[in-house]
Design a protein around this ligand. Sequence first.
Ligand code: SF4
Ligand code: SF4
Ligand code: SF4
Length: 252
Amino acid sequence: MSVGLLFDSTRCVACGACSTACKEQNKLPGPVDPEPTARTWTTVQTLEGQNVRRLCMHCLVPTCVSVCPVGALARTPEGPVVYDGGKCMGCRYCMMACPFGVPKYEWDKPVPVVGKCILCTSRVKEGRPTACAEACPYGATVFGTREQLAKEARKRIQESPSAYRDHIYGLGEAGGTGVLMIAAVPFEKLGLRTDVPKDPPAMRTWQVLANIPDFVAVWGCFLYGVHWITARREEVASGPGAGGHGPEGRSS
Ligand code: SF4
Ligand code: SF4
Ligand code: SF4
């Protein structure tokens, strides 16, 4: 049973407690940026008088995971889609493939890594709510299992039908997401994509990649590199007399 967040735009007052709590929890330096960056994993924006959070949607079948050639992104059994900067090779395919434009790069770092919400994985593993949900004083951000959150969203809509659009964003979008949203206005007015396919985009990963310039060439180089390293390791492991081509294989 995977966990996630429910964001209720009608209850959000844009106090920013969620963004600040995220910074503290994840030790992200600097002030909260006006939109998500590698150092600001969530922000609250106001569009046409409506407040909306920006953060990773934690897709059930994440395209970012399926395009990553080195497994730097992964979906945990609990639901959070996490990132391992130690594995990242900086190709940025995740940035190009994400249907919600979420992963951001540390452009100013010599060895940049991607930054995005990781759904407070360590807290979730301990059975605790995310820092942003815990910090929200108005019940606008709620943590729970996806089933609980969908039920809560339906309840709020049914109890105040005039206050909400009759739609739970994320139940079907992109094959389903761990973050669900409800609002008083059409979701495009909140800057959310309403043209994302209902089937999981990850199923069409190679179509996505085919649109990325030079992917085939880069991927080919990467595979060759992996092949070369593997072959070289086997060669070294088989001993100095194994006919290596590098310095270790030379006799003096
Ligand atoms: S919203 Fe984007 S970054 Fe987040 S899990 Fe989905 S594909 Fe990955
Ligand atoms: S779930 Fe955790 S990492 Fe994600 S926005 Fe909330 S506080 Fe930040
Ligand atoms: S803490 Fe709650 S009310 Fe405040 S900005 Fe975040 S979601 Fe909105």
